[in-house]
Every structure is written in structure tokens, then in C-alpha cells.
Design a protein around this ligand. Structure first.
Ligand SMILES: N[C@@H](CCC(=O)N[C@@H](CS)C(=O)NCC(=O)O)C(=O)O
Length: 266
């Protein structure tokens, strides 16, 4: 994340006149936000991240036509879905890096994979993670409160039991739903294992694309990559059942692949 100081330096020393600094509204731990954060960093697009504690993020997102995070606020309009944001970022990238191939067939492959990860993997990794962690105040303070407004952090301390119960209710977090989510995660990992079985360098095409970073970012809750900018748990601190699934998934071809992307490209 770029700080105000870094941004001021950038603005004062950049040779590019009138460069736009986009506003990026997030919940720190959200993996859909991490997907966009990674894209912004990769494409070297200047941004200010405005972090919020749930449910207080709604006061920021609703103002810009959204409800969930991430939301990207730009001079060209507001974007309220991570995939729409990535497409927009590709149109303003001047770094020489692009998230979507120009070749139509390859682009379709990338978009189909991204949609699978967004619609299935992201939902399942979040729900599985929340089953184990959403009731733990210390963990959720680290996950939700890092660099957020002080009033929201006070709100978290007062209302944590209510917020935590609401999250479990909204996402229908139960032992049964967690087991189904884990099954869904394994299914997507298997698809990625199969795809990488021929030793191809990336999920689609010959360079990092939206498909790769979406997979790695949305799989992060079940892989706990050390280079992740927000995840901070040590595997030894996690509940035994959770740690054992993480170790199992880290050892798969797909898990190895995402961890390598974090090590080498994040
Ligand atoms: N399809 C959306 C999913 C975003 C999403 O599910 N965001 C969650 C955080 S991981 C959220 O904001 N939940 C709180 C809410 O909906 O108010 C995207 O890709 O941007």
C-alpha cells in the first residue's frame, strides 16, 4: 500500500503531469480487495487505500454506488466489483503490464477462470475461514482493524460480538456449510492442478494474467502465504483442523503455484 508520504513524493517528483490517484475502499482482510490491491501494485497505478471495519465500510461504499468492498473511486466513475475494477485498471495501465490478453480466445479463457475463482473459490475460502476465526476477537481485530479510522476501531471493540454473529448469519456459517465450502475449495484446486499438470508457466497464456492473481489472492485464506500484506497468522497459532487443511492444500500443485506467485510476483 502506498502511504501519503510516498504518494506526495511520487506526485512531487513524477514527470507525468496530472496523474490521477485513485481511491480504493477496502476491508483490510478482504481477499477480493487483495486481488485489486495486487493488480494496482502490479500495474503501478497510484492509489490511496481507505480501509474500513465491517459493517462501517457501508457508509463509504454506499456513497459511491456500492455495498460490498472493493470499491474504486476514479475520475472516470466508480467501480464496485473486483472484476470490473481489473478491467478498468487494464485500460489505464501505462506500465507495460496487462491483466487480460489481447488475443480474443486467450482473453476468454482468462475471464472464464477469473469468474470461476470469483464465484466459487472466493466465497468458499471466505466462509471456511470465517467458520474457524470469526468468533475470535484478537484475530478479527488484526484482520479487520489494521489502519482503519479510530472511531470504527472503537465500534469494533464495543460491538464485536454482534458484528461477529451478523457475519456468521449473513454468510450462513455453520459446521455443515464449512464442510461444503472445503469440498468446493478442493474442487477448484483440482481444476487448477489439472491445468498446471503440463508444466505450463501460467494458468492461461505466457504471462501473469487476471486469472493467476485472482486464484492466488482468493486462495490466500487457505494457503496463508508469508508475503501477503494483511494475513498475519502463523500456522502454528491456528486451530489444528484448520492448520492441517492449510498444510494439505499448500502441498498441492495449485497451492504451490499460488505460493510461488506470492513469493515471486507479489
Ligand atoms: N463479487 C464481489 C465480491 C465482493 C465481496 O464479497 N466482498 C465482501 C468482502 S470479502 C464484502 O464486502 N462483504 C461485506 C458486504 O457485502 O457488505 C467482487 O468481486 O468485488
Amino acid at each position: 500500500m502506498q502511504t501519503f508520504t510516498e504518494l506526495n513524493y511520487f506526485m512531487n517528483h513524477s514527470k507525468i503531469a496530472n496523474i490521477e490517484v485513485v481511491r480504493f475502499i477496502t476491508i483490510p482482510i478482504s481477499h477480493y480487495c487483495e486481488k485489486v490491491r495486487w493488480a494496482l501494485d502490479l500495474l503501478k497505478i497510484p492509489y490511496i487505500e481507505e480501509r474500513h471495519v465491517p459493517p462501517f465500510h457501508r457508509s463509504a461504499t454506499i456513497k459511491h454506488g456500492g455495498s460490498s468492498v472493493p470499491v474504486l473511486v476514479t475520475k472516470s466513475g466508480n467501480f464496485t466489483d473486483s472484476t470490473d475494477i481489473l478491467h478498468y485498471l487494464d485500460t489505464i495501465s501505462s506500465s507495460g503490464q496487462y491483466l487480460y490478453p489481447t488475443n480474443a480466445e486467450m482473453r476468454q479463457e482468462v475471464e472464464e477462470l477469473e469468474e470461476l475463482f470469483d464465484a466459487k473459490l472466493g466465497v468458499d475460502t471466505r466462509n471456511w475461514g470465517y467458520f474457524y476465526r470469526s468468533g475470535d476477537r484478537k484475530t478479527m481485530r488484526r484482520a479487520w482493524c489494521n489502519s482503519t479510522p479510530v472511531l470504527e476501531r472503537i465500534g469494533f471493540e464495543i460491538a464485536f460480538p454482534l458484528i461477529s454473529a451478523k457475519v456468521r448469519q449473513v454468510y450462513n456459517i455453520t459446521a455443515e456449510s464449512a464442510a461444503l465450502s472445503l469440498q468446493g475449495i478442493r474442487e477448484v484446486f483440482e481444476i487448477v492442478n489439472q491445468r498446471l499438470a503440463d508444466d505450463r508457466p501460467y494458468l492461461a497464456g505466457d504471462r501473469l494474467s487476471a486469472a493467476d492473481l485472482t486464484f492466488a489472492a482468493l486462495a490466500a485464506p487457505v494457503l496463508q502465504p508469508l508475503e501477503h500484506p494483511v494475513l498475519v497468522a502463523k500456522i502454528e497459532e491456528l486451530p489444528i483442523d484448520m492448520a492441517s487443511v492449510i498444510r494439505e492444500l499448500q502441498a498441492t500443485v495449485a497451492g504451490n503455484y499460488a505460493l510461488r506467485l506470492y513469493r515471486e510476483q507479489r
